[in-house]
Design a protein around this ligand. Sequence first.
Ligand code: NAD
Length: 304
Amino acid sequence: MSKPADTDLAAYSGFATNLDGKAMAALLRAEVAKDVAALQLRQTKPGLAVALVGDDPASQVYVKGKVRACQEVGIASTMLTLPATTTQAELLAQVDAWNADPAIDGILVQLPLPGHIAARAVIDRIDPAKDVDGFHPLNLGLLAAGRPGLVACTPAGILKMLSIYGGAHGWTPAGKRAAVLGRSITVGRPMALLLTNADATVTTCHSRTPDLAGRVAEADLVIAAAGSRHLIQGGWVKRGAVVIDVGIHRNPDGTLSGDVDYAAARLRAAAISPVPGGVGPMTIAQLMRNCTDAAARRRGISLV
Ligand code: NAD
C-alpha cells in the first residue's frame, strides 16, 4: 500500500489528545483507596505479596513502584527479595505458603525469572483467586469465555484508559476495527480478548504478520505491544485513530521511547498515549484494583 509521508500536510488532522496515564492512574488509585477504606470499615484490609528473584535493575524499579502504590491506597504489602540462586522448589514453596495465608489476597512473582526457574510452573501454582497478574490459565480461560475473572493489569489498565477517554469524547471500542500488535500472554493476547469482549473487530498482529503497515492503516484503534522501538511510523496511522503505546525502550541518553513514533503519529491520531507517562502508571494502578477486587471477592463483600 502507498503510505503518506509523516511530513505530508494533507495528512495532518490536528494534534491528538494526549492520553495522560499519570492523571488517569491517580483517578484509579483514588477510586481504589475508597474501596480499601470501605473494606477497612469491615475490619479487613487487602494484602499483596510480591516476590522478586535476583537483582534485575528494571524489575527492582517496577517492584518498588508497586509497593509504593500499595502504601498510597492502603493495601498491606509483603515484599520478598530472593537471591538469583533460589531454586524452583523453594519459590514454589513460598507461593504455597502465600496461597495458604488468609491475609494475602494477591500474589505477584515478578517476571522475568532466572533461567533455571520455569515461569509457567510458578504461574500455574498461584491460587487463581489470588492471581492479581491474571496470567493463570484459569483466568485467561475465563477472559476468553467472556466471564469475570482477574485480568492482566496492562491490558485491563488500557481498557480503563479507553473508557475514560471514551467517556469524555463519546468514543467506544464497540464496532471499531482494532489492531493489536503483539500476542504475549501478558499484553497482546488478553488485550485482543478484552477488545473482542468489548465488541471491537480485532486483528492480532505478531512477528509473522505480513504488511503490518496495512493492518495499522485500517485500524480505528491501535495497541502497540510488539517491543520494537518506533516500529509504528506516524504515516501508518489512520487519521482520527486512537493509539495506545505499550512499548518501553531505554534510549542511549537515558530517556524512554515506545513502539510508536509519537511525534509523527500525534499529527494524525485523535488520541495517543505517551511513553513515559501513558500505559506504565495505569498498569500499576490496575494492580491495586485487581488486589482490592480479589480481597473483596475472597471475603464475599460487594464493592459496588
Ligand atoms: P513479548 O516479547 O513477550 O511479546 C512481543 C510480541 O510482539 C510477540 O507476540 C511478537 O510476536 C510480537 N512482535 C514482535 N515483533 C513484531 C513485529 N515486527 N510486528 C508485530 N508484532 C511483533 O513482549 P511483551 O511482554 O508483550 O511486551 C511488549 C512491550 O511492552 C515491551 O516493550 C515491554 O517492555 C512493554 N511492556 C510495557 C508494560 C507497561 O506497563 N507499560 C507492561 C508490559 C510490557
